[in-house]
Design a protein around this ligand. Structure first.
Ligand code: ADP
Ligand code: MG
Length: 332
């Protein structure tokens, strides 16, 4: 459906925002890209939407080369919708009219039916007559999403759809995206969203990529990226990770890798707390997470580990940690 073939974009000689990115986005698929600020996410979305010219490589939609803004009168493609980070709502008309605008050429009865449906799904019924100035950031974000999906475009691109949302709103938007993209068998949208926060990406994407300095450095299912990151960067971008230098491993009861330059990556939840034969350490910090606590344990002067426990534990407590060698992933 939507394909990038080794696309690159530089703004200046030293700002190479996107470097040889290739990807394929299929109908019904939700792809997430996680990357730090400045890694090229927004630039990539603009390239994929035909809003920025590529320097090299090409974007294909339904097998045909997508023309960049320098080649067409109106930039972009009617089958591709990009929801920008800054929403870009029409400021002087109501929420309802903002959503209806994209489907203004449809017959009135359908327009009303579709707008009512979206207002309900996005929980915007109560604010439908207000203008964007009169609603909250989370509501604006939902209006922007509702507007983008109104005409059921084949390709939906989202720039940081969760960035300005609080926890309850994140949950709503996440459920909404899943419902809109996946659970409508007649309109199999292809969806790509970028985010700097992996939590949402892990839970809704079926394919996840990690962007670093303009490149996609690893791509796979969220589970693959979480359990088998190839680099320390991927490990950190996809969740909490202990990254331990090889030379410290014997202290922790683990063998080393033949390559001393690599790091042992262990996710906190793979470390067992409190078994009698574990290695002793001192709790330096406790982060209460609700169902469990994340604890930071000093194992020696140089090694601190994050582990999870459901037991009540305080700073200064001595605990024993057991590192299962099977839980170690070697990363560059
Ligand atoms: P992200 O969305 O991941 O934060 P961007 O795609 O916005 O990253 O930016 C990638 C890099 O390109 C950054 O170094 C940014 O400063 C630079 N950049 C983005 N847009 C422009 C532009 N129009 N002109 C010059 N540099 C830009
Ligand atoms: Mg951005």
């Amino acid at each position: 459906m939507l394909e990038a073939l080794s696309i690159s974009k530089s703004f200046t000689a030293d700002v190479r925002a996107v470097r040889r990115v290739s990807l394929q986005l299929q109908p019904g698929q939700i792809m997430g890209l996680v990357g730090a600020s400045g890694s090229g996410k927004s630039t990539l979305l603009n390239l994929l939407a035909g809003l920025t010219d590529t320097d090299t490589g090409e974007v294909r939609l339904h097998g045909e080369r997508l023309k960049g803004p320098s080649e067409v009168l109106v930039a972009g493609h009617p089958d591709i919708r990009l929801v920008h980070q800054e929403y870009q709502l029409m400021p002087n008309v109501s929420v309802r009219e903002n959503i209806a605008y994209t489907i203004r050429y449809y017959e009135k009865a359908y327009q009303n039916y579709r707008v009512d449906q979206l207002l309900r799904i996005c929980r915007l019924e109560a604010v439908q007559d207000r203008t964007p100035k009169q609603i909250s950031g989370g509501e604006k974000q939902r209006v922007a999403i509702a507007r983008a999906v109104a005409e059921k475009p084949p390709v939906l691109l989202f720039d940081e759809p969760f960035a300005h949302l609080d926890l309850p709103n994140r949950t709503i938007v996440r459920a909404m995206l899943l419902e809109l993209v996946r659970h409508d068998p007649e309109h199999q949208t292809a969806c790509l969203f970028v985010t700097h926060d992996a939590t949402d990406a892990l839970s809704i994407a079926d394919t996840l990529g990690v962007m670093h300095q303009g490149q996609i450095i690893q791509m796979g299912t969220p589970r693959e990226l979480y359990t088998a990151p190839r680099t320390a960067y991927v490990a950190r971008m996809t969740g909490p990770a202990n990254l331990i230098k090889a030379k410290y491993l014997p202290q922790l009861g683990l063998g080393t890798d033949p390559n001393p330059e690599r790091y042992a990556c262990i996710r906190p939840e793979r470390i067992r707390v409190g078994l009698p034969d574990g290695v002793e350490g001192v709790v330096k910090a406790v982060y209460y997470k609700g169902g469990f606590s994340e604890i930071e344990v000093a194992m020696s002067r140089y090694v601190r580990l994050l582990a999870n426990t459901a037991e009540p534990i305080s700073e200064g407590d001595r605990v024993r940690l057991t590192l299962d060698p099977a839980a170690v992933v070697w990363v560059d």
